[in-house]
Write a protein that binds this ligand. Structure first.
Ligand code: CS2
Length: 493
């Protein structure tokens, strides 16, 4: 038997079930990017808010759009948009049934309907988790007018990209003379609210509608937010655990997450759910410092764990962070390099670093290197290059950043050499493949060309040639000594 509204009453004690009637929810939120992260983050906080708000909570159901996976929309629809959130601590798992989603749709098929939904008067907030690469930004954080998806969307009558769908939805609001919804970006992007606003304005302007661009700039709120919870892909083990905990009911779409949860949102005007009901949510004046700490220390360290770890055969974050050599290097990188420019006391930075290492090592969270490693070219600028640049300008060492970048490049070298499992999931895969083919056997030229990609690395780094040489040196050592031996040597240096 399947998890559904009908079978909700059969759930065993110990499972957290929604404390409201899901059929009474009206859609006040439209969400773009119905992935696991959304289902373990915004949905959980919205559910807690609905429970806390009584009658008023009924205004905050979520229409959630899957950007890439039609089957996810079907699966969730078949179980009345219910699913299990498995919160996994090292020694226990809590199952909670999530019921705040009222409808799941597939964005590609419904671009125009979705835009109309965004413009509907009931919709007060639009949230997004489409990943950093889903915005098609340059290294400077502007909409990349040369990216294929944007070029296509600009000509299309039905928008498919998040930015295109938002521009169209806001165009409809403006035409109707309505109050625009608040657009709340929940992705790991620097100054994510302001960046998204600019990207949507750029999209409108590129379509030739400068008036719409200006109207968006003046009338639509795009608060910044920092989101933090580690959420891996669903595994066979999750399906089995969900079934066991649900007393034998099948859930085809459970999500696992760590207990840690943070959502820091900059204050905005207008109605909203009482998200603070979910512990870890806070509204503040300025999200900047939290965002930098998270992007640099967590996401930056994740990239090093993913690339260097994956190359060394440590396929999950927990394995990589528990490896004495790599774990030590990552911790050093996080504390010595990735704290650059973060305006927090050293005591707070220390605690955050310590918490992060513990979270990374949580053995019940199976977070794959291959997955975190995706779309590196879109993640490099905000997470790695920004602190690296500041460290170089201040004369501090950047050995961890060199190792991270060299590992990323070596990933593509091994792909070029036909090593299995070195997939090239990246929006700039074609260019990266061409560079590798062109510079085969020449680490110096390869490092030079990679670092020369201005849409990834930005303007030349301080003392650029020295950075290229350091990275080329590592590439050479990877070839001759193998990655594990290089990590070992660096850790003991
Ligand atoms: C990860 C993030 O895949 C990635 O880029 O670094 O998804 C990370 O797990 C979350 O941002 C944690 O909050």
């Amino acid at each position: 038997m399947q998890l559904s509204r009908q079978t909700l009453s059969r759930l065993p004690a110990g499972v957290h079930v929604p404390d409201f009637d899901p059929t009474r929810l009206k859609p006040g939120i439209v969400h773009l990017g119905c992935g696991n992260f959304h289902r373990a983050h915004q949905v959980a906080a919205t559910q807690a808010a609905i429970e806390q708000m009584g009658h008023a909570g009924e205004d905050w159901g979520i229409v959630s759009a899957s950007m890439r996976k039609p089957e996810l929309a079907q699966t969730l629809t078949a179980q009345d948009n219910l699913y299990t959130l498995l919160t996994r601590a090292p020694d226990s798992t809590q199952a909670s049934v999530m019921a705040a989603i009222t409808q799941t749709v597939f964005a590609r098929a419904e671009g125009e309907t979705l835009a109309a939904r965004i413009a509907a008067p009931l919709t007060r907030i639009v949230t997004l988790t489409v990943t950093a690469s889903g915005y098609y930004l340059t290294a400077e954080g502007r909409l990349d007018p040369r990216s294929k998806a944007i070029v296509t969307d600009l000509k299309a009558s039905r928008p498919r990209t998040a930015v295109g769908i938002l521009a169209r939805g806001l165009e409809l609001v403006r035409a109707r003379g309505g109050v625009p919804p608040v657009i709340l970006c929940c992705d790991n992007v620097n100054e994510n609210g302001a960046t998204l606003r600019q990207a949507v304005m750029d999209f409108a302007a590129l379509r030739g509608d400068d008036k719409l661009a200006a109207w968006i700039g003046q009338n639509v709120q795009f608060p910044d937010s920092m989101v933090d919870r580690i959420v891996p892909t669903t595994t066979e083990n999750d399906l089995q655990d969900a079934k066991r905990l649900l007393g034998g009911l099948d859930d085809a779409a459970p999500v696992s997450a760590e207990p840690w949860f943070r959502w820091i949102i900059s204050n905005f005007d207008g109605p909203r759910p009482l998200w603070e009901a979910y512990e870890g949510t806070r509204f503040v004046e300025d999200v900047g410092v939290f965002e930098r700490a998270k992007l640099q220390m967590l996401n930056g360290a994740h990239m090093l764990l993913a690339y260097a770890g994956g190359l060394a055969g440590l396929d999950t974050v927990a394995q990589a962070a528990s490896d004495p050599a790599l774990g030590g290097l990552v911790e050093r990188f996080m504390r010595d390099e990735q704290t650059a420019g973060i305006d927090l006391t050293s005591a707070r930075l220390d605690t955050y670093a310590e918490d992060l290492m513990t979270r990374f090592r949580n053995p019940t969270i199976v977070h794959e290197a291959l997955r975190i490693g995706r779309n590196g070219s879109a993640k490099m600028a905000g997470r790695v290059l920004r602190p690296m640049r500041e460290n170089l300008e201040a004369g501090r060492s950047v050995g961890g950043a060199h190792l991270l970048i060299a590992s990323w490049i070596h990933w593509f070298t091994e792909h070029d050499q036909g090593v299995p499992d070195r997939k090239l999931a990246d929006p700039r895969a074609e260019t990266l493949r061409e560079i590798c083919a062109r510079t085969r056997g020449n680490p110096q030229a390869k490092a030079q060309e990679f670092l020369g990609m201005e849409n990834v690395f930005g303007a030349p780094l301080p003392d650029h040639e020295a950075q290229v040489a350091a990275i080329a040196g590592l590439l050479q050592r990877f070839e001759t000594q193998g990655v594990p031996a290089v990590l070992e040597a660096l850790a003991n240096a």
